[in-house]
Design a protein around this ligand. Structure first.
Ligand SMILES: Nc1ncnc2c1ncn2[C@@H]1O[C@H](COP(=O)(O)OP(=O)(O)O)[C@@H](O)[C@H]1O
Ligand SMILES: [Mg+2]
Length: 245
C-alpha cells in the first residue's frame, strides 16, 4: 500500500571508484582494497559478502561518515542510511522515531507526525504509535526503521542487513513490505545482506564482495535465469572468492 506523504525524489547512479580504506592504528587494517561498482538509479542492488568483509564500512563511506584513503564515492544524491540494528531512539515513541524521518525531509512537526502515522499504518503498525521501542518485537522495530528511512525523502537508501536479525516468517513479511514500497517509489537501493536468497528475492543485481580487504569480484543480474540458478551462481562466486571458508 502506498504511504501518504511519501515522496522519494529521483537520484542518479551510485558510483564507487577505486575506494581504499584502512582502519585502526597499529597495525592499520586494510578494509577496502579498490572497491569499484556502479549501482543504477532506481534499481535495488545487493552487496553480498562474508561477515567482516567491509560491507558496513563501505556504506559509511558512501554516506560520508568515513573518508576513504583513496578513490571516490558518489552516493547518487542525498542518502538515507538504515544502519545495522534498528537504531531507534529508545526514549522516543514509535511515532516520534518515525516522524524524525519526515523532520529530516523538512516537514514541520505537525505534518511530520501526520506523515509518520500514515507510514505506520501503511507498514502494518497501526495502534503501536505510542509504544516505545523496547515494547515492540524485532520485526516491528525494523518496520519502524524502514518507515523512518522512507519518510526521509532521500533518493538513495543504504540498507545495512535490514532484515538480518528477524525470524524467517517476519523476514518474508518485510520482503513484501519493501517490494510494495518499490512498486510505488523508485529509490536507488543498496542493500547489504549475507542472505543469498534475500538478495535474489529483492534485488535487480547482486554484487559479490571478497573477504576483507573488500573488492567487488562479481556482478550478477537477477532475472537472467531462474531464482535457484541465480542463487547457485552467487554461491559459486562466493566460493571462488574464498568467502565460504
Ligand atoms: N574502527 C576500526 N578499527 C579497526 N578495524 C575496524 C574498525 N571498524 C571495523 N574494523 C574491521 O573492519 C572489518 C570490516 O568491518 P565491517 O565493515 O563492519 O564488516 P561487515 O559489515 O562486512 O561485517 C572488520 O574486520 C572489522 O573488524
Ligand atoms: Mg556489517
Amino acid at each position: 500500500m502506498p504511504a501518504k506523504g511519501v515522496h522519494v525524489p529521483h537520484g542518479h547512479d551510485i558510483r564507487a571508484s577505486g575506494l581504499r580504506l584502512a582502519l585502526g592504528d597499529d597495525p592499520r587494517v586494510s578494509v577496502l582494497d579498490g572497491v569499484d561498482f556502479v549501482a543504477r538509479a532506481g534499481e535495488a542492488t545487493a552487496i553480498i559478502g562474508p561477515s567482516g568483509c567491509g560491507k558496513s564500512t563501505l556504506l559509511d563511506v558512501l554516506a560520508g561518515l568515513l573518508r576513504p584513503d583513496a578513490g571516490h564515492a558518489d552516493p547518487g544524491g542525498q542518502v538515507a542510511l538504515m544502519p545495522q540494528g534498528d537504531a531507534l531512539m529508545p526514549w522516543l515513541t514509535l511515532r516520534e522515531n518515525v516522524a524524525m524521518g519526515a523532520r529530516l525531509a523538512g516537514a514541520p512537526a505537525p505534518e511530520a507526525v501526520e506523515r509518520a502515522d500514515a507510514a505506520i499504518t501503511a507498514l502494518g503498525l497501526a495502534g503501536f504509535g505510542d509504544h516505545y521501542p523496547h515494547a515492540l518485537s524485532g520485526g516491528m522495530r525494523q518496520r519502524a526503521a524502514l518507515a523512518r528511512t522512507m519518510l526521509a525523502g532521500r533518493p538513495t537508501w543504504l540498507l545495512d542487513e535490514p532484515f538480518g536479525a528477524l525470524d524467517a516468517l517476519t523476514r518474508a513479511g518485510m520482503h513484501d513490505v519493501l517490494r510494495d514500497l518499490r512498486a510505488t517509489e523508485r529509490p536507488t537501493i543498496l542493500l547489504v545482506t549475507h542472505d543469498v536468497a534475500e538478495a535474489v528475492a529483492l534485488c535487480d543485481r547482486i554484487l559479490v564482495a571478497s573477504p576483507r580487504p573488500m573488492r567487488i569480484v562479481d556482478d550478477i543480474r537477477v532475472g537472467g535465469g531462474t531464482p535457484s540458478a541465480t542463487v547457485d551462481a552467487v554461491m559459486a562466486s562466493l566460493r571462488t572468492a574464498g568467502a565460504l571458508a
